[in-house]
Design a protein around this ligand. Structure first.
Ligand code: NAG
Ligand code: NAG
Ligand code: NAG
Ligand code: NAG
Ligand code: NAG
Length: 948
């Protein structure tokens, strides 16, 4: 959902909640009071509930429960309690009811409607006794924190029309509900509406058989139910014809595979079909397009193949069509799509259309689709060519997404005629000229994303004069020069503002002071050379995200403000002084490449009550000193990145590092003055992807347990690039992608499709001795291994060929002896190899791969054969010692070597790679989820909605 729709949703829900409350308080105007036994039952029920926000304050013992009690609806004449509306407004966590549900509810003998949705009952199972409330017709227990087995006794509720048991998918820690079977559902023969989304139905082999016994069913929602792959064949074989009334079917987010089940054809009333987020892998069958009553079809995020057939023009009832994220679907949009006069929303993002955008605009603007089309999603669809003036025909367009394509040229003026446009995404293309001149007239524009293009020009106040509704303005990485009067007060109040790499400086723009709703700000690389004024510090306490990196901002950083789950990036500036105070709910802090000094000991983690939220701590490239790493760091248990590289830290590598950080993925202390051994305890960091201890004074042996770095030995699930994951949360993604691609110096586009996740060990330039432990060869997904410039001896591990993900390997400048193992020629991805300056002897294993490396990869040994000129038959003589290359000139900056190999290393690569991997994205976007909660809460507050 975009911000707009979330807001509308919140608004609607709050309005409904208020409405239902007012109905229930005023609706029963007759003088028949509440029945005493029912009032007592409700009071007992209330007594067992937890009600932190006192929502049930109106349930006072001596008041008429029918007239005054919030959420209670009685029968006008008999006074029996008929309905209980106790749902919580979603996302307003503080007012959730919890505790126990007392069986006194059974005394409400006429209750037909019970809604407890969106509360939080802490994982308790749905009480069995609900199955005895036989008068119920409407039961909504959705997203209310119930867990465990759903009681089969519910099957006794034979009058049930509406049953919603959907679990909560929003919070990772939300309890999971499951069933052993669904046979009991058959007792609800009048059921019209059934939602069991997010309930584990994996064991319910009878689910289809059972729903087929519910002849009145009109809506069925089984999204995210762990329904297994083989069940899709059931859909084909089984007789679904009993469900002739079914209007809505949602089977999204399951594990269905194979072809789209043709049994669906028999659901003759179907208008709304959602099969998205499964593994269907056929082509899209023509019968589906010919299935004329369908209004809403979502086949997004599957593995569908083939082309989009021109029979799509038969979907004459279609209102919304989503085929996005099927990246084996290819070919262009057929002309016939233009004939679908009812179509309002088309989503083909991530489909390989390989089409000229001007052709698409042409076919859309001449068909009758042009009148009604409100949303067009063509993100990452391999579009090219220019946007033509035809765009001006799409007069109803509210949302246009053309991001992540190769669209060129300037923006036509007719774009300015799209008066309805609220959301525009054109980031990551090759657009030129001054976009703002076209969009300056779009008075309804709320969100616009155009970062990472070739746009340029001078922007002044007048460009913004009509953009009064802007909430998101994201234009980083273009070459705009913003020239406004110092006293300018913009006509908008934005929430997300990204102006990275615009020319804004030298001052921090004073007009930012007027932006009272700013949650996210990117002013990186914008020529600011200023100290931070106090008003900016004050306002930054409202930020969820701030990137002011790559400027010349100077002065001290007094403190980092205290809002929950914030991310602050002040890297690559000229800040000095000591480390700032931070609060326990900071999520991410990057202060790298400044001139901060002093010790770590007073910093962080130790004065706090409870745990720290800090996940990313990046302090590399400063002048920090200390003894050992401070113990207080142990309380930052959620660290994912600990980067202290390039400082003046010393002491031992503490053993507790290994036990404190279960989620640590990056540990970088390169280029400090740590000494002593590498503790074996480090091997407990099972999540570690990047271990960089290089350029210290570490001595002793390599840890024998090195094979325990299990992430380095296991593959990732392959995932879509993250902008797929963030399909609907474009704005947030964009803000964060600014971050990643910035570090990649604008190369995001080049790398994002080929990137694999990096896993790196760099222990080079220390005093390590002993043998290279054979266990290292188990790290099969390690991409880069650097042990150079140590005193390692013994042989190169024989099984090294097993490390077949290696792209870079450096053992140079050690005392390794023996011959090079033959298996090294199995390292087919290897593009950097350095074994020079050891005591290796014998013939270099021959393979085209190996002999393709330069001679310098092998010099300073007693090796022979290609690529060296030494001929092996003659290789008995001494190698001239002068060939030993002790010269540091030869030293490669390891962090950048791999850039050329197509994966890139260092922090930039990590950021980009996290955009590619699902697992990393989960971590990252988990963080964003919480940010969203916050944004929602802020919104709720801002609009002064109260739960009751
Ligand atoms: C509910 O009804 C039963 C039997 O009618 C009675 O014994 C019990 O006290 C009632 N409970 C409440 C809380 O009113
Ligand atoms: C299901 O639909 C197919 C094709 O329309 C038809 O041949 C078949 O008889 C139908 N099955 C039932 C049980 O109605
Ligand atoms: C599509 O519509 C055309 C024209 O009405 C019709 O001849 C054809 O059979 C339809 N195709 C399908 C698969 O329904
Ligand atoms: C703002 O709107 C007015 C009235 O529609 C129009 O005349 C003016 O050109 C617009 N400004 C910009 C910058 O487009
Ligand atoms: C961690 O936090 C706890 C309480 O919040 C505190 O008592 C303890 O001293 C801290 N540990 C360190 C090593 O600072």
């Amino acid at each position: 959902m975009d911000t707009g729709s979330i807001k509308i949703l919140v608004l609607v829900i709050f309005t409904l909640a208020t409405l239902s409350i007012s109905l229930s308080t005023n609706g029963s105007s007759s003088n028949i009071g509440c029945i005493e036994s029912e009032r007592q039952a409700l009071l007992v029920f209330k007594q067992h509930l937890l009600d932190p926000a006192n929502r049930l304050a109106s349930w006072a013992p001596h008041e008429d429960c029918c007239r005054w009690w919030v959420g209670v609806v009685c029968h006008d004449v008999s006074g029996h309690v008929l309905e209980l509306h106790l749902q919580n407004p979603p996302a307003y966590e503080r007012s959730r009811l919890g505790g126990k549900i007392n069986h006194s509810l059974l005394n409400l003998t006429h209750l037909s409607y019970l809604d407890l949705s969106h509360n939080y009952f802490g994982g308790i199972p749905i009480p069995h006794f609900f199955g005895s409330m036989v008068t119920l017709r409407h039961l909504n227990l959705s997203r209310a924190g119930f867990g465990g087995l759903i009681p089969h006794q519910l099957g006794n509720l034979s009058h049930m029309h509406y049953l919603n048991l959907a679990g909560d998918d929003y919070y990772k820690e939300s309890p999971q509900q499951y069933v052993e079977n669904l046979g009991w559902l058959a007792g609800m023969s009048q059921l019209k509406y059934l939602d069991m989304s997010n309930v584990d139905l994996n064991k319910a082999l009878d689910w289809l058989q059972t729903v087929n016994m519910l002849p009145s069913l009109k809506e069925l929602y089984l999204s995210h139910c762990h329904l297994p792959p083989q069940h899709s064949t059931l859909l084909s074989r089984n007789n679904l014809s009993a469900l002739t009334l079914l209007v809505s079917l949602d089977l999204s987010f399951n594990h269905f595979g194979g072809p789209i089940p043709d049994g669906l054809q028999n659901l003759t009333s179907l208008r709304h079909l959602d099969l998205s987020h499964n593994y269907f892998n056929s082509s899209i069958p023509d019968w589906l397009y010919g299935f004329s009553p369908l209004e809403f079809l979502n086949l997004g995020s599957n593995h569908l193949q083939g082309q989009i057939s021109s029979v799509i023009g038969n979907m004459t009832s279609a209102i919304s069509l989503d085929l996005s994220l099927n990246n084996e679907l290819e070919g262009g949009i057929p002309k016939s799509l233009g004939n679908l006069c009812n179509l309002k929303s088309v989503s083909l993002g991530g489909v390989k259309l390989s089409q000229n955008i001007s052709d698409i605009l042409h076919l859309l603007s001449f068909g009758c689709i042009s009148h009604g089309l409100e949303s067009l999603g063509l993100r990452d669809s391999q579009l090219f060519g220019p946007i033509t003036g035809h765009i001006g025909y799409l007069k109803s367009l509210r949302k246009l997404d053309l991001s992540y394509n190769s669209i060129v040229g300037s923006i036509p003026e007719s774009l300015g005629e799209l008066f309805m446009l609220r959301v525009l995404y054109v980031q990551d293309n090759k657009l030129e000229g001054n976009l703002l001149e076209s969009i300056g007239q779009l008075a309804n524009l709320e969100e616009v994303f155009f970062s990472n293009n070739l746009l340029n020009g001078v922007i002044s106040e007048t460009h913004f004069e009509n953009l009064t509704k802007l909430k998101t303005f994201s234009g980083s990485r273009n070459s705009f020069n913003l020239k406004v009067h110092p006293t300018w007060i913009p006509p908008f109040q934005v929430e997300i503002l990204a102006l990275g790499s615009w020319h804004l400086g030298p001052q921090i723009p004073p007009w930012l002071h007027s932006q009272k709703q700013l949650l996210s700000l990117d002013i990186s690389n914008s020529g600011i050379s200023d100290s931070i004024p106090s008003w900016f510090w004050n306002m930054s306490s409202q930020f969820g995200y701030l990137d002011a990196s790559h400027n010349q901002i100077y002065g001290e950083i007094p403190y980092i403000p205290v809002q929950p789950f914030v991310s602050f990036d002040f890297s690559s500036n000229s800040f000095n002084g000591s480390l700032p105070r931070i609060s326990s709910n900071l999520g991410s802090l990057d202060l790298s490449n400044n001139s901060l000094s002093g010790s770590l000991s007073s910093f962080l983690c130790h004065r706090m009550k409870g745990t720290m939220s800090l996940q990313y701590l990046i302090l590399s490239g400063n002048f920090l000193i200390s003894g050992e790493l401070p113990h207080s760091l142990q309380n930052c248990t959620q660290l994912v990145i600990l980067d202290m590289g390039e400082n003046d830290l010393n002491g031992h590598i503490p053993t507790w590092l290994g036990s404190s950080f279960q989620d640590l993925e990056i540990l970088n202390v390169r280029s400090n003055e740590f000494h002593g051994q590498i503790p074996n305890e480090l091997c407990a960091l099972a999540s570690l992807r990047i271990l960089d201890l290089s350029q210290n004074n570490l001595s002793g042996f390599l840890p024998k347990c090195i094979h325990n770095f299990s992430v380095m030995a296991t593959p990732d699930d392959d995932g879509h690039p993250s902008h797929f994951l963030m399909e609907d949360d474009n704005h947030i993604f964009d803000v964060f992608s600014d971050y990643g691609s910035y570090v990649m110096k604008g190369n995001l586009l080049n790398y994002s499709t080929t990137l694999r996740l990096v896993r790196i060990i760099d222990l080079s330039n220390n005093n390590l001795s002993g043998e290279i432990t054979e266990g290292v060869v188990n790290l099969q997904y390690l991409v880069s291994l650097n042990l150079s410039h140590n005193h390692l001896s013994g042989r190169i591990p024989k099984g090294i060929g097993a490390m077949n993900s290696l792209e870079a390997l450096d053992f140079s400048q050690n005392q390794l002896s023996g011959s090079i193992p033959q298996s090294i020629s199995n390292l087919t991805f290897l593009s950097y190899l350095n074994l020079s300056n050891n005591d290796l002897i014998g013939k270099i294993p021959s393979s085209t791969q190996i002999s393709g490396f330069p001679a310098s990869s092998f010099t300073g040994n007693q090796l022979c054969g290609p690529p060296l000129t030494q001929n092996c038959s003659a290789a008995t003589g001494e190698i001239n010692p002068s060939m030993r290359n002790e010269d540091k000139r030869d030293e490669v900056d390891w962090f950048y070597v791999a850039m050329g190999t197509g994966f890139g290393t260092g922090f930039g690569a990590f950021l980009v790679s996290l955009m590619v991997s699902r697992r990393w994205s989960r971590i990252y976007f988990g963080f964003l989820d919480r940010m969203w909660t916050r944004i929602l809460l802020l919104y709720a507050k801002a609009t002064r909605f109260h739960a009751v």
